[in-house]
Design a protein around this ligand. Structure first.
Ligand code: DSN
Length: 456
């Protein structure tokens, strides 16, 4: 008998096909990425690494055919080594990195490994605070990162940009060992050069090396597509990212770095030049066991797709769609943090715009087939469970092929749903407006079905 799980997968296929995905951290993978992820590579154990050095002059065909040196703890690695090596090389090419560790199971694992590679317990990290748009793994009190390290948070200015002056003041005062630029709700292009100058100033004062780390999980695809600056081109030592957001790969993480690439067998001195080796050791055996080679294969396939010229067009369209959507929402009275967007993401303060909170709006939009998430805005008084805003973005709908006309329609639907929420005020009352919501639901479904989800 068919396992009920497969019925649920079919229901999820229907939900994805008939709705529009506006969560800015989600996307749709290609059939090839899906095939690699669902392959028999999941049967294999491969703790350790493939060749730890670059293979100068070797192209992808060489890697696929020649014997690679490796250090693994299991036999039978001939194919796995080549797959992982290709993932590493493609990632390095995409982001101009000297080294890539493609084994982290997630973005959180990637960040944890970088901290473990460079910090001692109690060391200070300067990162964006959570209410300003930072990420849980950047020192939120409930996380392991906050338990072991001392996080100091910088904020954003009125216009939604990083408060670089505050960052500099805090860096000079607390002398962090890592300065971290990264976020999950921020819509400006960061000034990486300015951050590098702040690092240099503090390093001059303390005489110590300070690691510059960028967590680019949200915008890695925009960097790969050439529409967002690359921190590794602007003095940063390390960049972490998930692979399933704008990169359109499988769920997972990677760590890219600049520096010497060499065997992770011998413990190197803790210097910035040795960061690639320190990171390899921190991922395995430091914080993870067996790598997920089926996922690494899918990462390699996705990176291959991201290196193609079509991906540049996709990245450009993601940003254009976000800008159009932001402009249309503003016309309808939505107040946006930063007054718009420079990337794929929009943060709308619905409480200030219309008087209801983000949770009511999230629920109402769910009822019409538009999926996004309630999110705190800077200096939010509503707390994590009743935030004042919603966060939305265009990576997934752009993959499906939606463009300018559809952004205008989308903003109009969002305004109609906001008008309903203004009257309903609470989630419980939304059922009273089910007929109005159903009319919009039908329109959303009709449009969504014209733009099929890839690989479904
Ligand atoms: N959960 C991700 C997001 O939605 O932004 C960040 O890890």
């Amino acid at each position: 008998m068919k396992d009920i799980i497969f019925d649920l997968i079919d229901s999820e296929k229907k939900r994805q096909s008939e709705g529009l995905e506006l969560i800015p951290s989600e996307n749709y993978v290609s059939a090839d990425v899906l095939a690699a992820m669902g392959s028999i590579l999941t049967n294999k154990y491969s703790e350790g690494y493939p060749s730890f050095e670059g293979i100068p002059g070797w192209d992808e065909k060489d890697i696929a055919e020649k014997i690679l040196p490796n250090y693994r703890y299991y036999g039978g690695q001939a194919n796995i080594d080549r797959i992982e090596r290709l993932a590493i090389d493609r990632a390095c090419k995409l982001f101009h990195a000297d080294h890539a560790n493609v084994q982290p199971h997630s973005g959180a694992q990637a960040n944890t490994a970088v901290y473990y590679a460079w910090l001692e317990p109690g060391d200070t990290v300067l990162g964006m605070s959570l209410p300003a748009g930072g990420h849980l793994t950047h020192g939120a009190p409930v996380t392991l990162s906050a338990h072991f390290y001392n996080f100091v948070g910088y904020g954003v200015t009125e216009d939604g940009d990083i408060d670089y002056d505050q960052m500099e003041r805090l860096a000079m005062k607390y002398e962090p060992r890592i300065i971290l630029v990264g976020y999950s709700a921020f819509m400006k292009l960061p000034d990486f050069d300015r951050v590098a100058k702040i690092r240099d100033k503090v390093a001059k004062k303390t005489g110590e090396e300070i690691l510059l780390m960028a967590d680019m999980a949200h915008v890695a695809g925009l960097i790969a597509g050439g529409v967002h600056p690359n921190p590794l081109d602007h003095g940063f030592d390390v960049m972490t990212t998930t692979t399933h957001k704008t990169l359109r790969g499988p769920r997972g993480g990677i760590i890219l770095s600049k520096g010497n690439v060499a065997s992770p067998l011998k413990k190197p001195e803790k210097t910035l030049a040795n960061i690639p080796i320190l990171i390899d050791r921190a991922v395995f055996p430091g914080t993870q066991g067996g790598p997920l080679e089926h996922v690494i294969a899918a990462k390699a396939v996705a990176f291959g797709e991201d290196l193609k010229p079509e991906f540049k067009e996709y990245a450009k369209n993601v940003v254009e769609n976000a800008k159009t959507l932001a402009k249309e929402l503003k016309k309808h009275g939505f107040k946006l943090q930063g007054n718009g967007t420079e990337n794929h993401l929009i943060l709308a303060n619905v409480k200030e715009s219309f008087g209801f909170d983000g949770k009511v709006y999230e629920r109402a939009l769910d009822m019409v087939g538009l999926t996004l998430n309630a999110n705190a805005v800077a200096s939010d008084k509503g707390g994590a469970f009743r935030p004042s805003g919603v966060r939305l973005g265009t990576p997934a709908i752009t993959t499906r092929g939606l463009g300018k006309d559809e952004m205008i329609t989308l903003a109009l639907w969002m305004k109609k749903v906001a008008d309903i929420c203004k009257e309903a005020k609470t989630e419980e009352n939304l059922d009273k407006y089910s007929a109005d919501l159903e009319t919009i639901r039908t329109e959303v479904r009709d449009l969504a079905l014209k733009f099929p989800v890839p690989a479904i």
